[in-house]
Write a protein that binds this ligand. Structure first.
Ligand code: ASP
Ligand code: MG
Length: 418
């Protein structure tokens, strides 16, 4: 069996879902189809959540807009069939009831209860359409099967609890394919969780691992993995093959085409990941796998924007490495911060992290007792895998370099525009 994953951009309108149907119906083998929320629905639901939490009733209008969007897609796809539409109505009514009756809990918890609906609605529409087109398909609610811990908004799978359930549910008895939600899961207690923004790729990888899939195909609005973001460097070139290791390095450095957590479950079972264009399904795309014969030899450029660099110095001027380093890292982990670059000298440590202001303020507060911490905001992290002098000149030109780090394969800069 195979796992196909369709992101929000590929299911943002009726055309996209018809296109999905063509791609799915061309597949001969058993299939699990993992789908994200339509278009920018997750962002829209985040706004509903914020409005609702602030006690402002205009969240109802925002939700109405999301409802109209889904209904218009459904009406275009199945004008004469009302069962799909009524399923959407029932699900919207459930969320409306939740919002009007629940007492508001913690932000992360409520986030998952509310924002997770995007994937429920998209999969209802997709599954109905595939059924109406004559395909053998079953809709699965992944909650109750993909079991996670209770770190809301960043939940981790519980393998033992999930494996048996998932193998049992996706058994292909009486059906050739399943449609299910990316991005969401639930705790053992039955509360909905989410796996982190853009987490549907990760869901696809988890299901592939548990079901021993032959491959995962992630259908995207790009022709595959490129050696740079084409919005940044317009001459970006598609990479035909990339190793798991290379893909992890790329996503860690900020390459956005696949979610960073996706690779590990695939690597562990040696399952290849194909990244392909949903508008040109006949084209090759990129395959990510263990053995790659093709050495592309191209520099790979990766940019991570919206970074902040913090320079930390022990107040007593003691050496930065050793005990201080472990204390500093402990504080970052405690605050849920992932460190993107670290560079240490005798008495100072520079770290570069995503500029999530609440977390940054909180960690600086925690550091204050023992360390002085000053920060540079509005910086970018630029990485080049397989760098050359020309490649470095190309992207550092006109920028002030605040930090530079080189290994044999990678060079990284923290820079500021001048
Ligand atoms: N819909 C979710 C998001 O936009 C998950 C995903 O697209 O992978 O973050
Ligand atoms: Mg999305």
């Amino acid at each position: 069996m195979k796992v196909y994953k369709f992101g929000g951009a590929s299911v943002k309108d009726a055309w996209g879902i018809r296109n999905l149907e063509k791609i799915v119906s061309a597949e001969k083998e058993n299939l699990v189809v993992v789908v994200s929320a339509f278009g920018k629905t997750t962002n829209a639901l985040e706004r509903v959540l914020k409005t609702w939490l602030s006690g402002d009733n205009s969240y109802k209008d925002q939700l109405d807009d999301i409802y109209s969007y889904h209904l218009s897609v459904a009406e275009e796809l199945f004008p004469s069939d009302n069962s799909g539409k009524s399923k959407i109505d029932v699900s919207f009514a459930k969320l409306e009831e939740y919002l009007s009756t629940s007492k508001k809990g913690e932000y992360d918890f409520e986030y998952d209860q509310v924002v997770s609906y995007g994937e429920v609605w998209s999969t209802i529409v997709v599954a109905e359409f595939l059924k109406n087109s004559g395909l053998s398909v079953e809709w699965i609610d992944i909650r109750g099967n993909l079991i996670t811990d209770d770190r809301f908004r960043d939940a981790e799978i519980l393998w033992n609890e999930s494996s048996a359930r998932i193998q049992n549910v996706f058994n292909f008895k009486g059906t050739k394919s399943y449609v299910t939600q990316g991005f969401i899961g639930s705790t053992i207690a039955g509360h909905t969780t989410t796996l982190g923004r853009e987490g549907s790729d990760y869901t696809a990888a988890l299901l592939a691992n548990i079901l021993d899939a032959e491959m995962v195909v992630a259908w995207k609005d790009v022709p595959g993995l490129l050696n740079a973001d084409p919005k940044w460097l317009s001459d970006a070139i598609r990479l035909e093959e990339v190793s798991y290791r290379e893909a992890v390095e790329m996503t860690f450095s900020g390459a956005k085409v696949i979610h960073p957590k996706t690779i590990k479950p695939l690597h562990n079972k040696n399952i290849p990941l194909h990244v392909k264009s949903f508008v040109a399904p006949e084209q090759k795309g990129t395959v990510i796998k263990s053995e790659t014969i093709l050495k592309h030899g191209l520099p790979v450029f990766i940019k991570k924007e919206n970074q902040i660099m913090i320079s930390i110095v022990p107040k007593d001027f003691s050496f930065a490495m050793g005990e201080n380093l472990s204390r500093i890292f402990y504080l970052f982990v405690q605050n849920g911060i992932k460190v993107n670059v670290v560079e240490a000298s005798a008495v100072s440590i520079d770290v570069c992290i995503d500029d999530d202001r609440t977390k940054v303020t909180s960690v600086i507060d925690d550091l204050k007792a023992e360390f002085s911490a000053i920060y540079n905001e509005n910086v970018e992290m630029l990485s080049i895998r397989h760098y050359t002098p020309e490649a470095i000149d190309r992207i550092t030109f006109g920028r002030e370099i605040l930090l530079e780090q080189r290994t044999r394969s990678t060079v990284r800069f923290v820079v500021r525009r001048v």
